[in-house]
Design a protein around this ligand. Structure first.
Ligand SMILES: [Mg+2]
Length: 362
């Protein structure tokens, strides 16, 4: 028994409940019990997060604010406060790190933890997950849902099963049956487009997916088909990746009113450059390629890029390059709906080491 257990990983997926909206309700008692959308209320606004009261009306994140208002006329819009959300995110990550260093954040409010071996020597992942939930509640006054299982795919499905304030354990003996009964739309890793394709092929549940050969799935979906074949059998051997190497860092904004004046564009560019510089500082890296992204009023997209001879990281340097990109070959000729700055060609620790070595050789 001990040897069999040793081969099975113990994975926890923690997901904060309606994160941004819950933070706003926590900090402003007037919002409690009311349908709340975090995001802009004006014509071009988009809902970034919806409270559970708003979800009852069919309001969800990424929905256009105008549509959200149609669905729920008494919806209360609240401006996002990202500094507050990221501070809480750091707080919950510190809780995770007191159990394991194998933490893979998926976003500000979600992470996988591998607790097969853990810092408190606790054999039960369920006990750890419940402890984490309790500590999050205690320290942040917010609720999280936890999923516990033996791989990432199942842990993620589990955390979603009893939201909010949920706890779900999927044991190996229950997993295959559970996956068979799951609708394809609930499969993490199968997006809406793929789900529609699958439905057209007559695949609407895990059992339907399981009935297809690996060959057919690969033929139809490429390499990912192999992953689909596996998850239909409740298998997933992806490891929890504590240090995801980022290939790029960026920030972008959609404006409620299209921008046409250079002055307005530069002001926004300044702000974006500062955000990207902050991210680079946090990641302790710098970058050599700067890309400016422009989306026009008619949704056409344009990117302008420049790779520099040396690495930069500061907000002024980023702004200077972005401004040059904005003006070259000419200032935007159409009203701008979205502006973004991203940087790539990042300098990583190992490269730093190599560079250092090289300069030594020279
Ligand atoms: Mg969440």
């Amino acid at each position: 028994m001990a040897t069999a257990a040793a081969l099975i990983r113990k994975i926890i997926h923690i997901d904060m409940d309606a994160f941004f909206a819950s933070v706003e309700q926590r900090d402003n008692p007037e919002l409690r019990g009311r349908p709340v959308a975090v995001g802009g209320s004006r014509a071009r606004g988009v809902v970034a997060a919806a409270s559970y009261e708003a979800r009852k009306f069919g309001v969800h994140s990424a929905m256009a604010s105008a549509i959200a208002l149609q669905k729920c006329p008494h919806l209360v819009f609240v401006k996002p406060r990202f500094e507050v959300y990221s501070a809480i995110s750091r707080q919950i990550r510190d809780i995770f790190y007191s159990y394991t260093d194998l933490v893979e954040p998926l976003s500000l409010d979600e992470a996988y933890l591998d607790v097969t071996e853990n810092k408190i020597g606790m054999p039960s992942a369920s006990i750890i997950a419940r402890e984490i939930k309790a500590r999050i509640q205690e320290e942040t006054n917010l609720t999280a849902s936890a999923g516990v299982s033996y791989n990432k795919f199942l842990a993620k499905i589990a955390s979603d099963m009893n939201k909010p304030d949920g706890f779900t354990l999927i044991t190996p003996d229950k997993a295959e049956q559970l996956v068979a009964g799951l609708s394809i739309g609930k499969f993490h890793g199968i997006g809406r487009v793929t789900a529609a394709k699958m439905e057209a092929m007559g695949i609407t549940t895990g059992a339907d997916l399981r009935a297809r050969s690996e060959q057919e799935l690969v033929q139809r979906f490429g390499k990912t088909g192999r992953y689909y074949f596996k998850i239909a059998r409740a298998q997933d051997d992806r490891e929890v990746q504590p240090h995801r190497i980022r290939k790029s860092v960026g920030s972008e904004r959609t404006f409620e009113v299209d921008l046409t004046e250079e002055e307005d564009l530069l002001e926004r560019l300044h702000y974006l450059a500062r955000e990207v510089a902050q991210d680079l500082a946090r990641l302790q890296t710098s970058a050599r390629t700067v890309t400016l992204k422009l989306k026009y009023f008619d949704f056409t997209l344009q990117t302008r890029s420049r790779t520099l001879a040396s690495y930069i990281a500061g907000s002024d340097a980023l702004f200077t390059v972005a401004r040059e990109l904005l003006r070259t070959p000419s200032l935007p000729l159409h009203p701008v709906r979205l502006l973004g700055i991203s940087v790539s060609n990042l300098l990583h620790q190992q490269d730093l080491h190599t560079n250092y070595q090289l300069s030594f050789d020279f």
